[in-house]
Design a protein around this ligand. Structure first.
Ligand SMILES: NC(=O)c1ccc[n+]([C@@H]2O[C@H](COP(=O)([O-])OP(=O)(O)OC[C@H]3O[C@@H](n4cnc5c(N)ncnc54)[C@H](O)[C@@H]3O)[C@@H](O)[C@H]2O)c1
Ligand SMILES: CC(C)[C@H](C(=O)O)[C@@H](O)C(=O)O
Ligand SMILES: [Mg+2]
Length: 357
């Protein structure tokens, strides 16, 4: 069986970290005879520079045909002044919406070796294993109308629309309830139902789903409290389900509980389980080109790809075990460095994972 993997390195540290994940994928491809074929395409700022669009037709066509996609990151100061429709981030959002990748899984797992790198005290985070299920193709990111308009008094007004249909809420809800059922039967839905009508509906639909999932205990929390609880007592959470923007923010927050945003992988899936896999972080312009970025979130995203889109559990487990092994060896990129550990570069970290494989 042959499977096509599309690599989209993107911008900033994207090419550096995707190169390491590609080498890891190539190694498990050989070791487990996975029949993976790799192809590359442009997205984001790299695509803007070459083709004047952040999502070229050719990239979208390749993405539609791929069995799975691995993306680095997009964006950077070079393109920040462009109008919204032309920005690198539109390339990423265009991929997500064109492929209907509505279900974004962001696991925040603390590797025990990184307990001292976490922003929280070891006893508060030890054993942390949370899954954030973020709706990815709706909400305020995509709602219409949007823009900047001129008011009669001469002032300009910027506006966006936060909208969800019942069916959009139901389908992400089902993904979250299924995940909760397979884990510990606990789901917390995060909203702002004390203020926003759209999330009153969100809450109603989530409640409704409990009839399909009587074995899952559903709770609700306002997003401001959830942000606080995540740093107060994160282990109260198991699966969190939330909308696009709240999920974006809460997942960056959760990343710091695991030591670094450089540790947080993600899967973005559609209803056919076709998926795009990417680290939760961005293009990190402040460290791009220095060879010091942490490639583990991308390598762990590759493991998620093997598990969710390709059904290669054994290869996925092997990558995760290799990551754990290099952490055991005390190797750390700068973002997770702590006393008594050894600082390594992006490439050295990739090499170490390869060696462990
Ligand atoms: N999925 C994506 O492609 C994605 C995600 C987030 C942000 N972005 C874009 O990236 C650009 C920069 O955004 P930002 O600075 O707000 O967020 P960022 O995630 O790029 O960086 C935030 C901080 O985390 C650090 N960091 C991120 N990844 C790291 C890694 N692998 N190893 C070590 N340190 C790491 C950075 O050095 C920086 O200090 C923007 O253009 C933004 O739109 C893209
Ligand atoms: C770059 C940006 C569009 C993106 C998002 O907000 O979804 C990023 O922050 C992420 O978390 O994947
Ligand atoms: Mg984000």
């Amino acid at each position: 069986m042959s499977r096509n993997i599309l690599l989209l390195p993107g911008d900033g540290i994207g090419p550096e970290i995707v190169a390491e994940a590609e080498r890891v994928l190539a190694r498990v491809n050989d070791r487990f005879s996975l029949g993976l074929n790799f192809e590359q395409a442009l997205v984001g700022g790299a695509a803007l520079d070459a083709c004047d669009t952040p999502l070229p037709e050719d990239t979208l066509a390749k993405a539609r045909q791929a069995d799975a996609i691995l993306l680095g990151a997009v964006g950077g100061p070079k393109w920040d002044a462009l109008p919204m429709a032309k920005r690198p981030e539109k390339g990423l959002l265009g991929l997500r919406s064109s492929l209907e990748l509505f279900a974004n899984l962001r696991p925040a797992i603390l590797y025990p070796q990184l307990a001292s790198a976490s922003s929280l005290k070891p006893d508060v985070v030890s054993g942390l294993d949370i899954l954030i299920v973020r709706e990815l193709t709706g909400g305020i990111y995509f709602g219409q109308p949007r823009g900047v308009r001129h008011l009669e008094n001469g002032e300009r007004q910027g506006y966006n629309t936060y909208a969800y249909t019942e069916s959009e809420i139901r389908r992400i809800g089902r993904v979250a309830f299924e995940a909760a059922r397979q884990r510990n039967g606990k789901l917390c839905s995060v909203d702002k139902a004390n203020v926003l009508e759209v999330t009153v509906l969100w809450r109603e639909v989530m409640e409704d789903l409990t009839r399909e999932y009587p074995d899952v205990a559903l709770s609700h929390m306002y997003v401001d409290n959830a942000a606080m609880q995540l740093v107060r007592a994160p282990k109260q959470f198991d699966v969190i389900v939330t909308g696009n923007m709240f999920g974006d923010i809460l997942s960056d927050e959760a990343a710091m509980l695991t030591g670094s945003i450089g540790m947080l992988p993600s899967a973005s899936l559609n209803s056919q389980k076709q998926g795009m896999y990417e680290p939760c972080h961005g293009s990190a312009p402040d460290i791009a080109g220095q060879g010091i970025a942490n490639p583990l979130a991308t390598i762990l995203s590759a493991a998620m790809m093997l598990r969710y889109s390709l059904g290669e559990e054994e290869a996925a487990n092997a990558i995760e075990a290799a990551v754990s092994q290099v952490l055991d060896q005390g190797l750390r990129t700068a973002d997770i460095l702590s006393e008594g550990t050894r600082k390594v570069s992006t490439r050295e970290m990739g090499e170490a994972v390869l060696a462990a494989l």
